[in-house]
Structure formats: C-alpha cells, structure tokens
Design a protein around this ligand. Structure first.
Ligand code: ATP
Ligand code: MG
Length: 211
C-alpha cells in the first residue's frame, strides 16, 4: 500500500478560456511543491464578476469545461473537476476545498493555487476563517504589484492561513486579452494550446460576447 500522503493542488478559475498562463502556473506549483496532481475547477459563476461580465462574456460551462479537458489532456497529472459547474450556484472556494478534503481524506495535503491578483481578495471570501482547516495557499505571481504587502500577510496570518509566494516568469497572458483579440480578429495561437484555439474557432466562441 502507498503510505505517502497525497499532495493535491486545486486551481479554481473561470477559465474563460484556459490559457498558457494557467497551465504554466499549475506546472510550476506541481514541480516546486512536489504535488501528485493538480485539479482544475472551472467556476459555475464567480461572485466577484458582475452580472454584465457574466452574461456578455462568459462562455457556457459546457465549453469552458471542454476547453480545460483539451488543454490538460497531455499532462497525466492534470485533472478537471465538474464540482462547481454541477452545483449550478455561485462558486465559493470554501465549499470546493471542503469537497476535496472529504474526497482525499483527512491526511491529504491540499494546496489552493491562485494568482496574486486573486489572492489579494481572499480575506473577503465567504467562510475564509475556516479555509485554513482544509488547505494551504500557493500564490503564483503574475506581473501584479502587491500594495501593502506586510499588511496583507498579517491579515492572512490572522485568518490562520499559510501563504507561499511562487514567482514565475512573467506571463502576461489573460483570458480577457484572448477574448478581446477574438472580437478584433487578432491571433490567439500560442497563447493557449492549439486544441483550445481550434475549439474556439470551430464553435465561434467569444465572437460577439459570450459563446
Ligand atoms: P480574466 O482575464 O477573464 O480575469 P484570467 O486570465 O485572470 O481571466 P481566471 O480564470 O480568472 O483567468 O484565473 C484563474 C486563476 O489563474 C486566478 O487565480 C488567476 O490569478 C490565475 N492566473 C490567470 N492568468 C495567469 C497568468 N498569466 N499567470 C499566473 N496566474 C494566472
Ligand atoms: Mg482574472
């Protein structure tokens, strides 16, 4: 029997669409923290996005899930979960980490992976006081400046949260830029895996707002 404690990374996001920034950040967390797997969890609805953003810019859960599947299919340690999509309600990370805590068992070591832009909003997340019971946090730095760094760290510590900062080479790729390029007929090839770029083209996603 394998006695080793499972080490699992959980990466939430809209993945609208998934791109090489997400994939590289996940790969870096996997290797630096010796994780066994990373689970990508597309959000059903992000409570931080406005209704307008949601209605006009968000591809369906069906398409976003399919694109994450395509993007991760070449990595045996990358998985996708339908947990948040199937709940069909605003996505709250606490529910998600609890779910994986139950699935992988008490001793599993879970890491919640997020970009530094998102980590800064963590103190405002619903149920954040409980978060530390289930996981630690890996914040991957994209080119975002953290104002009031000391104050932020103190706030996270007061919530009992352990945060590791992982610096990755600047990858300024974002889903919003990809959507903007598609609307303007500019290339997205090499910003996201080829299979995803072809899928977007095949279904005409993001041409006039959402897909
Ligand atoms: P949008 O532009 O629509 O906000 P996004 O590119 O930020 O999309 P999300 O799905 O919102 O993508 O991001 C999911 C997670 O991945 C977040 O924690 C975010 O900070 C992180 N992330 C996104 N892009 C990068 C990147 N280029 N490098 C590192 N982390 C990233
Ligand atoms: Mg974002």
């Amino acid at each position: 029997m394998d006695e080793r404690v499972p080490r699992v990374g959980i990466m939430g996001g809209s993945f609208n669409p998934i791109h090489h920034g997400h994939l590289f950040a996940a790969q870096e967390a996997l290797s630096r923290f010796h994780l066994d797997r990373i689970i990508f969890v597309p959000a059903y609805r992000n409570p931080f996005k406005t209704t307008e953003e949601w209605e006009h810019e968000m591809a369906s859960g069906f398409h976003r899930f399919a694109m994450v599947e395509l993007a991760t299919s070449t990595n045996p340690r990358f998985f996708v979960s339908r947990f948040e999509l199937d709940r069909k309600m605003d996505s709250y990370a606490l529910e998600t980490v609890k779910h994986f805590h139950d699935e992988f068992g008490e001793q599993a070591q879970l890491y919640f992976i997020t970009g530094t832009d998102a980590v800064l909003t963590m103190p405002e997340w619903r149920g954040i006081e409980e978060f530390h019971k289930y996981c630690e946090v890996i914040a991957v730095s994209r080119p975002t400046h953290i104002p009031d760094y000391e104050q932020f760290i103190a706030r996270m510590h007061s919530l009992g949260l352990k945060v590791y900062f992982l610096t990755i080479p600047a990858l300024e790729i974002s889903s919003s830029d990809i959507r903007d390029r598609l609307r303007r007929g500019r290339p997205i090839r090499y910003l996201t895996p080829t299979a995803v770029a072809i899928y977007i083209e095949k279904y005409g996603i993001y041409l006039n707002g959402s897909g």
